[in-house]
Write a protein that binds this ligand. Sequence first.
Ligand SMILES: [Zn+2]
Length: 152
Amino acid sequence: MAGNLELLSVYLSGQSEPCPACRYDLRDLRGRTCPECGERLRLAVGLVEPKLGTFLVGVVGLAVAVGFVGLGFLFVAIEVLAGRLKPSNLSLAEPQMLIAYLALLFSSLGLFAWLRHYRRLRRKSDGVRWTYAVLCWVPALITLALESVLEL
Ligand SMILES: [Zn+2]
């Protein structure tokens, strides 16, 4: 069976195809690196429709929650380390803090699961995928609502 380099050369023989990195025309390329940008190339099979919409909606929703709550905790830690906030003044056991801990926990676990298992979900119907993608925004909406109520 022909190797990937040989198949790549056959595919590009007499055919214009832009380099995925720099858009340089790879027509009649003989090697496996782009002569313009030096990136290594390979011939691959791709999906006609990668269904990235629901994947991105889910990732962004979970990342917003992780980033928002995580930055809040990071800000408090910096204030404590800089001596501008005393640890004894922190109300770490109040209900809103418990909600923030849970939001951070669930959004972190959700982000990990989303990145790890999305391939299985992409085989499901559009309705199932969009339901999960919208659910990924629940922790972010809870934390944003909590922050606006508390005016933190
Ligand atoms: Zn290139």
